[in-house]
Design a protein around this ligand. Structure first.
Ligand code: FPP
Ligand code: MG
Length: 362
């Protein structure tokens, strides 16, 4: 489902989604703060469209494809929020916010190829439309654009971007390889989430502090917040993969499960299957009927029915409730990391942001 909201006006919608509306910010000072975030997001959107335009006709279409399909703009929003600890929406803050979103966008093109995802942001995934090679190269082109943009921000930003890129790739690599024989699968998995998602969210929050000239003492709290909220965000994603409402999530239910990707509910099921017969029976059925074996996942009516049943059973199982509780714990720890920040609208908004991450349904 393509969003019908013009990009430049999306700022307001995204900010209100994150709970930055009038109900939260009752005083006029706080409403002024929410307006600054909206204004910043609108600037980011205009710049994003400009930054992903290409002279090549095909790249111009494929590059803007997922940007225009939607997205929550979580990373730009965090950069803008933490920037209010300093000089606010400086030109560099807006550019840094764009860097984080374009980097994220680039990674989605690659991720959907690796995950063989059919749908992204409610539209067919890029490789479903143009094939694997074009999707991968579009991700590369977007990463090139993010690199050009970050170069304008100077050495500190280049270094941060390079370190973050390495963690994104290592997170994805470790996810692909799975845990080593001597590694606890759940610990390994949380490490993967911190690398593939926490790192870029943390970098966005850090860039907001750096490029608004806010006190350096605020960097560590917002980086820790970003890392932890990134893990919480991905754990909720695991639950969203089991959602019965694809029209709400913009994703096909059970995409991760069908591709054999470890998610926390599945890892808990494996752990519990050792001592719990019911968990063992469900796991055996999922392994037999859903998880890919040698061949790529089948799309027959029988395979689809097995997947739908497994998704429903896993959703109702205790392991999904425990995953939700774990996501809440990571979000609570993220908020605790903000203790050194001054009380005020930034801390309040980040706290509300953490709540909206665990409450999200898409
Ligand atoms: C989505 O995870 C994937 C990521 C958050 C990061 C993927 C990282 C890379 C592909 C490497 C970096 C590459 C570039 C070009 C920057 P998910 O599959 O769990 O989430 P989903 O359900 O949204 O697909
Ligand atoms: Mg994926």
């Amino acid at each position: 489902m393509k969003s019908s909201i013009p990009l430049a006006r999306r700022g307001t919608t995204i900010a209100s989604q994150a709970g930055l509306g009038e109900r939260l910010f009752a005083s006029s000072e706080e409403r002024g703060f929410a307006q600054k975030i909206d204004d910043g997001l609108a600037l980011v959107e205009v710049g994003l469209l400009r930054e992903v335009a290409f002279g090549d006709d095909l790249a111009d279409v494929t590059g803007r494809y997922l940007l225009e399909a939607g997205g929550k703009r979580v990373r730009p929003m965090l950069a803008l929020l933490t920037a209010q600890l300093g000089d606010g929406n400086t030109e560099q803050v807006i550019e840094a916010a764009q860097v984080t979103e374009i980097t994220h966008l680039a990674s989605l093109y690659h991720d959907d190829v690796m995950d063989e995802a059919d749908v992204r942001r409610g539209v067919p995934s890029a490789q479903n439309v143009w094939g694997n090679s074009v999707a991968i190269l579009t991700g590369d082109l977007l990463f090139a654009r993010a690199s050009q943009l970050v170069a304008r921000l100077g050495e500190r930003a280049i270094r941060l971007q390079a370190d973050t890129f390495e963690r994104l790739v290592l997170g994805q690599l470790h996810e692909t390889l799975g845990p080593r024989i001597d590694q606890d699968p759940i610990e390994h998995y949380i490490g993967v989430l911190a690398d593939k998602t926490g790192s870029l969210i943390a970098a966005a929050a850090q860039m907001g502090v750096i490029f608004s000239n806010a006190p350096a003492a605020y960097e560590l709290p917002v980086v820790t917040f970003g890392e932890k909220i990134g893990v919480a965000f991905q754990l909720i994603d695991d639950v969203i993969d089991l959602s019965p409402r694809p029209e709400q999530t913009g994703k096909v239910p059970g995409t991760d499960l069908r591709a054999g990707i470890a998610t926390l509910p599945l890892l808990y099921l494996r752990r519990d299957a050792v001592h719990d017969q019911e968990a063992a029976a469900l796991l055996a059925r999922i392994e037999r009927e859903v998880l890919p074996h040698d061949a790529p996942p089948a799309h027959t009516a029988e395979a689809d029915a097995h997947l739908a049943e497994a998704v429903a059973d896993l959703r109702e199982h205790e392991v999904t409730r425990v995953t939700l509780a774990e996501a809440r714990r990571w979000a609570d720890d993220a908020v605790t990391a903000l203790d050194p920040l001054p009380d005020g609208p930034v801390k309040k908004a980040l706290t509300r942001f953490a709540e909206s991450v665990v409450d999200r349904t898409k």
